[in-house]
Design a protein around this ligand. Structure first.
Ligand SMILES: Cc1ncc(COP(=O)(O)O)c(C=O)c1O
Length: 445
């Protein structure tokens, strides 16, 4: 029987793992752990030695209702016997139609015309291309530039990376990327003495205003991760920022793209994060949680006016973008089962109770001398560890795995982004173990 060690060796030989310096897994001294998962149940992942790990970051923020969820499994089994895939040009099918209708309804029909892809980065590419092309179709071809926020993250493909502002991921590819305008992040941690989060939001919006006043005629769109810039280290901002930027976009004729890939699907407390600002963007990108964390599925929702800019007798005015697996029926069916769970289990309301319990359980961190900026929005919690070196995240991850936890800090920021199913025991255990792992990591282990 293949054991844990064999699986690791085979993986290191044959699989090039994402976002990883592979040498760190292979080195003799202090290797980064690689955990061969054999199966998942609920919030837990199990390895080949039977050890378990509470998936406290929802496997890169995708899993909403646990692993091997019986309801999503059932829907997929049913779909498998009907239709696994059919191309979406010239053909259509029930799962993609129903999903598109239900997503439009979730925006109160402010947005619709769902355009599908597989990964988040592809949805970002689509939104950028659609924005530029819709201006072009309207005779405003000079609008070619995009604006992003400091610390933004929108994915790793060339277009998405151009509107990403994380040096570690971006710098090596600088020569390949389109120049982008980067504006101040509204990250509330930047509050100066006496400033509120809303003051920071106003300052950041003023930066956008100055840029728009100078060159809105050359700008197609601004792209924002609403409420929480996750990859930047769970940088949270006040909803006022989104209201102010929406007004500026309207005034200056610039599209607003809200990237809800990480923060959508209830993660921040409402189904779409932008609902908390009472605004709708011109484009929403969605992925990750929409398929319940089961299958790669991403999409862009947009407004009628944008759709109409492409609707024409001329082929070249159409949006001639495609991916082979666009609107895959299995992925759409997983998404429909996910939306069913939201509706049937009153998930957003239950999450408020769950969130209150985990917030209470994490209260001891507020008193910790090495903790700054303990913060929470919806089902995301984060704090910044002070005076830690650049081995902190790696050591924390390794210590966490030994304490039955899957947690991967971003630099010195420890965050929790669990699935929406934790029971009281799991909540208490998660908080206690996170505290113990934090202490252990600070102590140098
Ligand atoms: C806000 C945001 N946009 C886009 C992406 C890219 O999604 P994917 O990794 O599926 O390409 C991510 C991934 O973490 C994200 O957090």
């Amino acid at each position: 029987m293949t054991n844990r060690t064999d699986w690791v060796a085979r993986s290191l030989k044959s699989v090039w793992h994402p976002c990883t310096q592979m040498q760190h897994h292979g080195r003799d001294n202090d290797p980064v752990p690689l955990i061969p998962v054999s199966h998942g149940r609920g919030a837990w992942l199990y390895d080949h030695d039977g050890r378990r790990y509470l998936d406290a970051i929802s496997s890169w923020w995708v899993n909403l209702f646990g692993h091997a969820n019986p309801r999503i499994n059932g829907a997929l089994r049913d779909q498998l016997d009907k239709l696994e895939h059919a191309m979406l040009a010239g053909f259509t099918h029930e799962p993609v139609i129903e999903l598109s209708e239900r997503l439009a309804a979730l925006t109160n029909h402010a947005l619709g015309h769902a355009f599908y892809a597989s990964d988040g980065a592809s949805a970002v590419e689509i939104a950028l291309k659609m924005s530029f092309h819709s201006w072009r179709n309207r005779g405003q071809s000079a609008k070619q530039e995009f604006v992003c926020l400091q610390g933004s993250y929108h994915g790793e493909t060339i277009g998405a990376l151009a509107v990403t502002d994380v040096a570690l991921f971006k710098d090596a590819y600088g020569p390949l990327l389109r120049a982008t305008q980067t504006v101040m992040s509204p990250d509330a941690r930047q509050a100066k003495d006496g400033e509120t989060a809303q003051d920071v939001a106003r300052r950041a919006a003023a930066d956008v205003q100055a840029l728009f006043e100078r060159k809105a005629d050359q700008i197609a769109a601004i792209i924002i991760e609403p409420l929480v810039q996750c990859a930047a280290g769970m940088a949270m901002h006040d909803p006022l920022y989104l209201q102010l930027v929406r007004e500026l976009c309207d005034r200056h004729g610039v599209h607003l793209i809200l990237d809800e890939i990480a923060v959508g699907c209830g993660r921040t407390g409402t189904f779409f994060a932008c609902e908390q600002a009472g605004i709708w963007p011109d484009f929403i990108t969605l992925s990750k949680g929409i398929s319940g964390g089961y299958l790669p599925l991403s999409l862009v929702l947009t407004k009628e006016a944008i759709y109409q800019a492409f609707y024409s007798a001329e082929v070249t005015r159409g949006f001639l973008h495609s991916h082979s697996y666009t609107g895959n029926p299995l992925a759409c069916r997983a998404a429909l089962a996910t939306l069913d769970i939201f509706a049937e289990d009153d998930v957003l309301v239950k999450n408020r109770e769950r969130a209150a319990k985990l917030t209470a359980a994490l209260a001891p961190f507020a008193e910790h001398k090495r903790v700054k900026n303990l913060r929470q929005r919806g089902m995301i919690w984060a704090f910044d560890a002070t005076d830690v070196d650049n081995t902190f995240s790696r050591r924390f991850f390794a210590n966490a795995t030994r304490s039955e936890l899957l947690l991967r800090p971003i630099g010195g920021t420890v965050y929790l982004m669990p699935p929406y199913i934790l029971d009281d025991g799991e909540i208490a255990g998660l908080a206690e173990r996170t505290y113990a792992v934090f202490e252990q990591t600070l102590a140098g282990a």
